[in-house]
Design a protein around this ligand. Structure first.
Ligand SMILES: C[S@@+](CC[C@H](N)C(=O)[O-])C[C@H]1O[C@@H](n2cnc3c(N)ncnc32)[C@H](O)[C@@H]1O
Length: 397
């Protein structure tokens, strides 16, 4: 284990984070559903269909609850959780015992060692971990080498846009010799109260009356090792590990559709960009993103998972609603921060998106416009927009 891993392990032994779940059947667990959980997000991970039913899953840097949570939700799958912190693994063991999880294996292991074993995984979940490694590129390469041919990696790394203020404070606390102990934590709390009104780290402060827990405070402001990524850096991290970038966890945060007024002079300029540059521009413009969550796959010349509304393949796609998409009535719907209004024909299209019915069959449910080609064009534009906003996924096969 390198020195950075030792220091990171020591931090998470002492300051256990994230706060552990104590009951995987409870509301807190349901509210904390992993975005990579195949029970809910299989179509997002594998638009062409999962490689098998009994998936082999690795939760790399599993923390206090992730591996047990995924094992509980997917009893037909085998789940391995690895982490540097015995204290975090101990929480996972308690969850395994409480829920009798026979499909969960837990090991104290560094991510860089994963490639050395002969085990291969269909899904590797690595959220909030790579950016705490001395060499995140090496970490992702190790994970890539343990991926089965049709496997998917779901990763989350910090995003630079919103975290910029945190790094000023981390630097400041380091220079001031602030330790990760009770005195240091009390000192940080005082300094946060004195932060200038314009300080970028204010984005990280909770609203009035809400207290950041000690372990979270350490995780944010006193971390021994962390870095953040721009959109381009995140994409380069993926390609540098020999993987192909499949897509964001939430397209809506990266496409211009919900963020830039079509009347803006930015719009025609964006028309001339490739999609990766559009993502960077939107991230630079909105400063929304605190983290980048994405799916990466083995490289392939003709990926069966590529979603495209050019050509005619999209007519066979079967739209799946995002689990958090909620109809509000009156033609309105909401998912997280995004609220939108649907025309009556669009309401019919969304209503019919059940994961089973093809877009071609769904378009057939419209009574107008009269011409089939016009109905299909309306459906194409709608389902393309829903894809760009992250409200729908698509099964391509
Ligand atoms: C912020 S927690 C995230 C936990 C979990 N992935 C989640 O999203 O809830 C980071 C975890 O990564 C672990 N970790 C950091 N570097 C690691 C490494 N090189 N190998 C294995 N685990 C690591 C830490 O011990 C800690 O438990």
């Amino acid at each position: 284990m390198n020195t950075v891993s030792q220091r990171v392990a020591a931090q998470y032994e002492r300051h256990i984070y994230p706060p552990p779940l104590d009951d995987l059947s409870g509301k807190a667990a349901r509210d904390k559903t992993e975005r990579a959980d195949p029970k809910y997000f299989s179509a997002h991970l594998w638009p062409e269909g999962p490689p098998r039913n009994n998936l082999r899953i690795l939760s790399a840097g599993c923390g206090t609850s992730q591996a047990a949570h995924v094992a509980y939700n997917n009893p037909e799958c085998s789940v391995t959780g690895i982490d540097l912190s015995e204290a975090s693994l101990a929480h996972q063991k308690q969850l395994a015992e409480r829920h009798g999880l026979k499909n969960l294996k837990l090991e104290r292991r560094d991510i860089v060692e994963v490639g050395a074993s002969s085990e291969r995984y269909d899904l590797i979940i690595c959220t909030g971990v790579l950016h705490h490694m001395e060499r995140p590129d090496e970490g992702l390469r190790a994970l890539a080498s343990a991926l089965s041919p049709r496997g998917a990696i779901y990763a989350m790394v910090y995003a630079s846009a919103k975290r910029v203020g945190v790094y000023f404070l981390q630097d400041m606390f380091r220079r001031l010799g602030v330790a990760q102990d009770a005195g240091g934590i009390a000192f940080v709390r005082k300094v946060l109260q004195e932060l200038p009104a314009h300080h970028y780290a204010r984005w990280f402060l909770p609203g009035p009356g809400v207290q950041i827990e000690d372990a979270e405070l350490v995780d944010i402001f006193l971390h021994v090792q962390d870095r953040a990524y721009s959109v381009q850096e995140a994409l380069d991290l993926v390609s540098g590990a020999g993987l192909t970038f499949q897509g964001w966890n939430d397209n809506g945060l990266y496409t211009r559709d919900a963020h830039i007024d079509p009347a803006s002079e930015m719009w025609p300029r964006l028309d001339g960009l490739n999609e990766q540059d559009e993502w960077s521009v939107v991230d630079d413009f909105t400063l929304h993103n605190m983290r980048h969550s994405f799916v990466a796959r083995h490289p392939s010349d003709d990926p069966p998972w590529r979603i495209s509304f050019d050509g005619t393949d999209w007519l066979r796609y079967r739209p799946v609603r995002h689990p958090s998409l909620t109809p509000l009535g009156g033609g309105k719907a909401q998912r997280g921060q995004f609220q939108f209004t649907l025309t009556p024909p669009e309401q019919i299209l969304l209503q019919a998106a059940d994961g089973q019915t093809s877009i071609s069959a769904i378009a057939g449910k419209l009574s107008e416009p009269a011409a089939v080609s016009e109905r299909r064009e309306l459906a194409r534009a709608f389902f393309r927009r829903m894809w760009r906003l992250g409200h729908l996924f698509y099964r391509t096969a």
